[in-house]
Design a protein. Structure first.
Lengths: 501, 382
C-alpha cells in the first residue's frame, strides 16, 4: 500500500487530482443546508415558470418582433416583486443570501422555458459580480442598498456590466489581448473623479438598469495596466443610450449601446483604479485587472453553461412532447427506436451540461470567489445570524476602509494563482460545453419536428434563436477554449505560449 | 460549379446574380421584417417578369422549360443573397412539378398561361411536409362528379398570395392520399394570417381550414404519393441548391468580415483558430456545390438511381449547411447575432430550408429502406 505522502505525490502529478475531480473532495465539505436551499430555489423557479415565464415567453418574443423597441418593464417589475433581484445578494449586504451555485439551477429551470426571461433576471447578477469582485466593500454596500430599496418600494434597481466595445469584444475579456486591441473607452483623471468618453455595445439590460459597472482605461495604449472600473448611474450627465440592438433571439432581454461624452464620475463611484488597488493589494494593476476579470467570468460562465443546459432542456422537452403526441405512418414517433435513441442523446446532453456547471461551481465555492460564503463556518454564520444583526451591526463596518483592504487581501493577495486557473479553466470548460450542447439539442429537436418546429407558436425555433447568443457572450466559445488551454493545459507544458500567435 | 460544365446555364446564373444585386442586396433586412413589415410585391413582380416563377414549367404553359439545372443555378444565386424569394420560387416550382407528374397539363395551362401578374402565377402547396407521413390530412369525399375536401392543413406555403393550391387529402383516416387543385377563393376556405416562422419570413405560409370545399382531382385517386415523390425527387436537389447558396452567402460575409475586423492587434483571419473555422466553412460550401452539381447531372442525364443520388446529396447538403451558418455567425461574434448583418438570417433560413419536403430523419429512413429493397423505389419515372 502507499503511504499518505506517496498518495499525495502521485495525486500532485499532472493532471492534478484537485483540478480534475472537483465534486469528489468538495461535495462532502458542502454545508448540508445548501441542498435544502437549492431545492427551494428550483421549486421557486418552477413556480415562476408556471405563473410568469411560460405564459409570457412566446407572446413577449412576438411583441418584440412587432415593436423592436419594446422594453419589458412589466416583466422586470414582476421579477422584482418575486424578490429575484436580491435572492443571491449575500446576507452580509442585506440580500436574501441564497447560495451562489443555486442560481445556476434557477437559470437552467427558467432558461428551459425562455432564455430571454432568464437573462432579464440572471444578467443583473453579472453586474452584481462586477461590483463585488472589486473588493470595494463600501461602494458594493451603497449599490446593493439601492437594489434592496428598489425591491422594497417596487421600483426595480438593476445593475448592468459594460465591458464590450465596438472594436473590442474578445480583447477586453483577456488581459493578454487588451494591449493589442483597439479599446476606445477612455477615463481621464481629473480633480475629484474621472471624465469618461467612449462607447460600449451589446450591454444586456443597459436601458433598464439603474446602475452600470463601466470598464474604462486611462491609457488606451496600455489598457491592461490602466484599467478603471466605475459605477455609472442612468441619467448622469454625459451618459446616454444609443440604439436598442436588434438581435436574433433573447429578445425579451434588450441589449443596449451606451455612449459616454465628457461624463464626469466622482471618486466615490470608482470601484477600483490604480490608486485604490495600491491600498488593498501589493499586486501590480495588470494582475489585479486579470484577477478581477477572472473572478467575474469564473462566477458567471458556469451560469452561462446553465443557460445552455436550459436551452438543451427546452429543446429536449419540446421534442419529447412532440414525439409523444405525433403519429407518423400510423405509429407514435416515440415508439420508434431511433426516436428513443435521439431523445436519450438529448437527455444525455442536458445531464452533461448540468454536471459541467456544477463542477465549475464547486471550484468557485471552494477555491474561488464564493469561498468566503460557502465554507461551512461562514455559511452557517450568515445563515443563522438574524437579518437585524447584519443591518444594525455589520452594515456599519462595511463603510470602513479596513473592510475593503481586508477583502482586497483575500481576493488579490491571499488567493493562489493555481486556484484562479482552476476556477477560470473550469468556468470556460462549462461555458463552451453547455452552450454547444444547447445549440446541438435545438438542431436535433428541429430535425425531429420538421414543419412543427419551424412555427414560432410551438416555441422550439425560439430556443434555437435564443441559444446561439450563448456561444458568443461572456467570451466567445473560441476564446473560452483558449482560456481553458491557458489555465488547465499550458501550466503543464513549459514550451506552451498563450495569446502570442 | 454547375455552370463550369454546363455553359448553357451561364445566362441563367448571370441573370439571377444581377437580379439579386439589383433587387435584393440592399433590402434583405427590410424584406425579412414580414409579416410585421411590408411584403415585397414589387420584387415578386420583377421575378415573375424575368421568368423565375416558371423555370421548370413547359413553354406552352407559360414557363421557360429550363430544367432542374437552371432552377438550381437560379436558386443558388438568389439564396446567396435572400432565400425568402428562393422559397417562393421553390414552392411554386414544387406545385408545378406535382401538376406535371399528375398529368394535369390542362389545369396548368389554364392557370399559368392566363396569369397576368406574379400572384396569379403562384400555386400554393404544403412544401414543408411529405403528405404520406402526415396522419391528419384533409378528408376527401365524392359527390357526383365533384370531390369535396374537409379538414385542415398547416403551413400552406404561398397560401396568402396564390389563387390556387395543391392540397393532399385522404379518403379515410389512413391509406393512400390523392392530390387536388383547390381554388383558394372558394366558399368554405378559411386562411390564417401568415404564420410567423423561424426563417424565410418573406415566403409566407398560412394555416388553412377547408369546410366542404369543391376541388379538382389531380391525376388519379390514391396516387398522390407517386406524384409527390416524382416531383420531390427533383425538388430535393433544388432545396439543396438553396442551402448551397445560403452557405456561399455565409462564407462570403464571414470572409469579408474576417479580413476587415481586428482583434488582438491583427485581422482575425490571421488568428489560426478563426482560419480553421473559415476553412471548414469553405470545405463544406465547396462540397455542397459539388453535391448539387452532380445530383443535377445525374437527374438530367437520367442516370441509374438518380433519385437516390438527389436525396442523399440534399440530406448531406442540409446537414452541413446548418453547421456552416452557425459558424458564419460565430466568425462575426456579437455582430453576427444582429439583424444589421446577414448571418443571423442565414442561420434561421438554412434550418427552414432543411425542413422542406418533410423531416430529415424520415427522409433518411425512407432512403435506407429503399436501398435495402424494403420499399418501392422513390424515383418514380412519370
Amino acid at each position: 500500500m502507499l503511504s499518505r505522502a506517496e498518495v499525495l505525490a502521485w495525486l500532485a502529478q499532472y493532471p492534478k487530482f484537485e483540478d480534475t475531480v472537483l465534486s469528489l473532495p468538495y461535495a462532502p465539505r458542502m454545508p448540508k443546508a445548501m441542498v435544502k436551499d437549492t431545492m427551494e430555489v428550483i421549486a421557486m423557479a418552477r413556480k415562476f415558470n408556471r405563473e410568469v415565464a411560460r405564459p409570457l415567453a412566446l407572446p413577449l418574443d412576438r411583441k418584440t418582433h412587432e415593436d423592436p423597441d419594446y422594453m419589458p418593464w412589466d416583466l422586470v417589475e414582476t421579477a422584482n416583486k418575486w424578490g429575484l433581484y436580491t435572492m443571491w445578494i449575500p446576507k452580509l449586504f442585506g440580500g436574501k443570501g441564497y447560495n451562489m451555485p443555486s442560481m445556476s439551477h434557477f437559470v437552467e429551470e427558467v432558461g428551459s422555458v425562455c432564455l430571454g426571461i432568464a437573462n432579464v433576471i440572471g444578467v443583473h447578477y453579472l453586474g452584481v459580480a462586477g461590483v463585488m469582485s472589486s473588493a470595494n466593500v463600501r461602494l458594493t454596500k451603497k449599490i446593493v442598498d439601492d437594489v434592496i430599496e428598489g425591491e422594497r418600494t417596487g421600483k426595480p434597481c438593476l445593475i448592468a456590466l459594460a465591458i464590450t466595445e465596438p472594436s473590442a469584444g474578445t480583447d477586453v475579456e483577456e488581459v493578454e489581448l487588451e494591449d493589442k486591441g483597439k479599446v476606445t473607452c477612455h477615463a481621464r483623471k481629473v480633480k475629484g473623479g474621472y471624465i469618461i468618453n467612449g462607447t460600449k455595445v451589446f450591454i444586456s439590460m443597459g436601458h433598464m438598469s439603474t446602475w452600470t459597472v463601466l470598464y474604462a482605461f486611462t491609457d488606451l495604449k496600455k489598457p491592461s495596466e490602466t484599467s478603471v472600473a466605475l459605477m455609472v448611474k442612468t441619467g448622469m450627465k454625459g451618459f446616454s443610450f444609443g440604439t436598442h440592438e436588434n438581435k436574433m433571439g433573447q429578445r425579451a432581454c434588450p441589449a443596449s449601446v451606451l455612449t459616454f461624452e465628457e461624463c464626469f464620475i466622482p471618486d466615490e463611484l470608482v470601484l477600483f483604479d490604480a490608486e485604490k488597488a495600491r491600498k488593498i493589494t501589493n499586486k501590480p494593476l495588470k494582475d489585479v485587472n486579470q484577477r478581477y476579470i477572472d473572478y467575474v467570468v469564473s462566477a458567471t460562465r458556469p451560469g452561462v453553461c446553465a443557460f445552455g443546459t436550459g436551452a438543451a432542456r427546452g429543446a429536449y422537452e419540446a421534442a419529447l412532447k412532440y414525439a409523444s403526441t405525433t403519429q407518423v405512418n400510423g405509429k407514435l414517433l416515440i415508439n420508434n427506436e431511433w426516436v428513443q435513441a435521439l431523445l436519450a442523446e438529448m437527455y444525455k446532453n442536458v445531464a452533461l451540461g448540468r454536471l459541467a456547471y456544477m463542477e465549475a461551481n464547486y471550484a468557485n465555492s471552494h477555491r474561488g470567489i464564493y469561498q468566503m460564503l460557502q465554507l461551512k463556518p461562514f455559511f452557517y454564520y450568515y445563515r443563522f445570524m438574524p437579518a437585524s444583526y447584519f443591518k444594525n451591526v455589520i452594515a456599519k463596518t462595511l463603510d470602513k476602509e479596513y473592510m475593503s483592504t481586508f477583502m482586497g487581501r483575500v481576493y488579490y493577495d491571499w488567493s493562489r494563482s493555481h486556484d484562479q486557473n482552476c476556477c477560470s479553466g473550469w468556468a470556460s470548460l462549462a461555458k463552451f460545453a453547455g452552450t454547444d450542447i444547447g445549440v446541438r439539442n435545438c438542431q436535433l429537436a428541429l430535425e425531429l419536428m420538421g414543419s412543427s418546429g419551424l412555427r414560432q407558436d410551438t416555441g422550439v425555433e425560439k430556443v434555437l434563436r435564443d441559444a446561439k447568443l450563448l456561444q458568443i457572450y461572456e467570451g466567445t466559445n473560441q476564446l473560452n477554449r483558449l482560456n481553458l488551454f491557458k489555465c488547465l493545459i499550458a501550466p503543464a507544458v513549459a514550451q506552451a505560449k498563450c495569446f502570442e500567435e | 460549379m454547375l455552370t463550369a460544365f454546363r455553359k448553357d446555364l451561364v445566362p441563367f446564373e448571370e441573370l439571377a446574380r444581377s437580379f439579386a444585386a439589383k433587387e435584393l442586396v440592399k433590402k434583405v433586412e427590410e424584406h425579412d421584417r414580414y409579416p410585421f413589415g411590408k411584403f415585397f410585391d414589387n420584387v415578386l413582380e420583377r421575378a415573375h417578369e424575368v421568368g423565375f416563377l416558371g423555370i421548370m414549367l413547359a413553354e406552352d404553359q407559360g414557363g421557360i422549360s429550363g430544367g432542374i439545372g437552371a432552377l438550381c443555378v437560379i436558386l443558388d444565386a438568389v439564396c446567396r443573397v435572400d432565400s425568402s424569394l428562393g422559397g417562393i420560387i421553390f414552392a411554386n416550382a414544387l406545385s408545378q412539378e406535382i401538376m406535371r407528374a399528375a398529368g394535369a397539363h390542362q389545369a396548368a395551362k389554364k392557370i399559368f398561361s392566363k396569369a397576368t401578374s406574379a400572384r396569379g402565377f403562384l400555386v400554393a402547396c404544403p412544401a414543408y411536409i411529405d403528405p404520406a407521413q402526415v396522419s391528419s390530412l384533409p378528408k376527401e369525399t365524392k359527390s357526383g362528379k365533384d370531390y369535396i375536401l374537409t379538414g385542415s392543413l398547416e403551413l400552406l406555403v404561398l397560401g396568402s398570395l396564390a389563387s390556387w393550391a395543391v392540397i393532399p387529402a385522404r379518403l379515410g383516416a389512413t391509406g393512400p392520399y390523392s392530390l387536388f387543385l383547390v381554388d383558394l377563393g372558394s366558399k368554405g376556405i378559411e386562411k390564417s394570417e401568415p404564420v410567423f416562422t423561424l426563417g424565410l419570413h418573406a415566403c409566407p405560409a398560412v394555416d388553412i381550414t377547408l369546410a366542404k370545399v369543391k376541388s379538382q382531382l389531380l391525376g388519379e385517386v390514391g396516387r398522390g404519393r407517386e406524384y409527390f415523390s416524382s416531383a420531390s425527387m427533383a425538388m430535393h436537389i433544388a432545396a439543396a441548391a438553396m442551402n448551397a447558396g445560403i452557405m456561399k452567402g455565409s462564407l462570403d460575409e464571414a470572409l469579408a468580415y474576417a479580413k476587415e475586423r481586428q482583434q488582438g492587434g491583427c485581422e482575425i483571419i490571421n488568428w489560426s483558430e478563426v482560419s480553421m473555422i473559415l476553412a471548414n466553412m469553405g470545405i463544406k460550401t465547396h462540397v455542397a456545390d459539388l453535391c448539387v452539381s452532380q445530383a443535377c447531372h445525374a437527374y438530367e442525364t437520367d442516370s441509374k438511381q438518380w433519385g437516390r443520388h438527389g436525396l442523399a446529396a440534399s440530406l448531406h447538403v442540409h446537414e452541413i449547411a446548418c453547421d456552416v451558418v452557425t459558424d458564419g455567425i460565430q466568425v462575426l461574434g456579437g455582430n453576427g447575432y444582429m439583424k444589421d448583418y446577414g448571418q443571423e438570417k442565414r442561420y434561421r433560413d438554412a434550418r427552414q430550408v432543411q425542413a422542406l419536403l418533410g423531416t430529415a430523419p424520415m427522409k433518411k429512413i425512407g432512403l435506407i429502406r429503399e436501398l435495402a429493397g424494403l420499399e418501392e423505389a422513390c424515383s418514380y419515372a412519370l
